[in-house]
Design a protein around this ligand. Structure first.
Ligand code: PLP
Length: 398
């Protein structure tokens, strides 16, 4: 889809030309493994559904359009997409990655690809100079995530991309995991990145009902390599999942704008409560990188992290009293969810590595959904109040 349109129009139309057979205005679910071929030795557009499927192709072109890319690829999960990117590397290659990283990506780096001799340098990517000084002659990839998970630190994408280019040239590819921001708020390819990764499980699917991943690029060579790996290693989504993801994309701008408005309201109300020791949200003026977040993206997302006085025991008591905030992995769906990173998403990160990035045992990550934000804040604050006094009597340190 042409880049002449704005994001609302792209979201509704991308990947959705009318079905040539029937005129259906929604791309059909092509639930087929294979396709009859016209002749021996031809090169048919469709030959086997691992290699290509029309429903998946519609999703892939929608992903590309949303990010202002030329090519999109869909995977069975966000981690499958990350895996494909790392499979472009060889033994001895080096990756510079933001150390404040989604736990599953960190696990994939340190527990899987490290065994194959890929080396990783984990740096504080909010400092451009740390990224640049970690570059080595063998560096092939720079892996960034902003806002980061779960601490919502902001990497200056324009600054890091141009500094890496100056220092390292075109042999180093820059990937941005854009799952938290979504292309509605932040377009990394326009800020200098080569490749965008999504867990489409989150805002793009948006309804807590499908797992998926995506990769988007403008680089023909990189796309060809990734497309080869998608087929060669096979972590593709099925047509039903592609259909659900496309359906999610139609309302993506509407949803994420409301998610973000709700998140700001919840963050403001929680920040005003003295029992909550810290509220982190890039949309709050108290966020140390608020100005950078405002300059780099058109919205601040809907993940809020909070720290409570009372430590992990308080967190345990609190979670059992909440009614609108189920304790659950994942984020970015219509339902609000609460996550305790130290025991959930970041449990695979060693305790000292968690401490280094600032993921304490009292940290909670809130994925603010599409409920009324005052109902969400009321529920949370009621649980905060209900867990206050007994804990003080028991002398649990804050
Ligand atoms: C969830 C997530 C992933 C992994 O995606 P899955 O779909 O769960 O495999 C990667 N990066 C970020 C930022 C995520 O939130």
């Amino acid at each position: 889809m042409s880049n002449e349109y704005r994001i609302d129009t792209i979201a509704v139309h991308a990947g959705g030309t009318n079905d040539p057979l029937t005129g259906a205005v929604v791309p059909p679910i092509y639930q087929t493994t294979t396709y009859a071929q016209d002749e021996l030795g031809g090169s048919p557009r469709w030959c086997y559904s691992r290699t290509g499927n029309p429903t998946r192709a519609a999703l892939e072109s929608a992903l590309a359009a949303l990010e202002g890319g030329r090519h999109g690829l869909a995977f069975a999960s966000g981690i499958a997409a990350a895996n494909a990117v790392l499979q472009t590397l060889s033994t001895g290659d080096h990756v510079v990655a933001s150390r404040d990283l989604y736990g599953g990506c960190y696990r994939l780096f340190t527990k899987v690809f490290a065994r194959f001799g890929v080396r990783f340098a984990l740096v504080d990517a909010t400092r451009t100079s740390e990224v640049v000084s970690a570059l080595r002659p063998e560096t092939r990839l720079v892996w960034l995530e902003t806002p980061s998970n779960p601490l919502l630190r902001i990497t200056d994408l324009r600054a890091v991309c141009s500094a890496v280019r100056r220092a390292a040239g075109p042999g180093v590819r820059i990937l941005v995991d854009n799952t938290f921001a979504t292309p509605v708020f932040q377009r990394p390819l326009e800020l200098g990145a080569d490749l965008v990764l999504h867990s489409t499980t989150k805002y793009i699917g948006g309804h807590c009902d499908v797992i998926g991943g995506g990769l988007i690029t403008r680089d023909e060579r990189l796309h060809a390599d990734l497309r080869f790996l998608q087929n060669a290693t096979g972590a593709i989504p099925g047509p039903q999942d592609c259909f659900l993801l496309l359906r999610g994309i139609r309302t993506l701008p509407l949803r994420v704008e409301r998610h973000a408005r709700n998140a700001l309201r919840v963050a403001n109300r929680l920040e005003a409560d003295p029992e909550i020791t810290r509220v982190t949200y890039p949309g709050l003026e108290s966020h140390p990188q608020h100005a950078l977040a405002r300059a780099q993206s058109s919205g601040f997302g809907a993940i809020v992290s909070v720290e409570l006085g009372g430590g992990v025991e308080r967190v345990r008591a609190l979670t059992s009293r909440l009614r609108l905030w189920p304790l659950a992995e994942s984020l970015g769906g219509v339902r609000s969810l609460l996550c305790h990173p130290a025991t959930m998403t970041h449990a695979s990160v060693e305790p000292d590595a968690r401490a280094r990035v600032g993921i304490t045992d009292a940290l909670l990550r809130l994925s603010v959904g599409l409920e009324d934000p005052d109902d969400l804040a009321d529920d949370f604050l009621a649980a905060v109040r209900a867990t206050r006094r007994p804990l003080v009597h028991e002398g649990v340190p804050s």
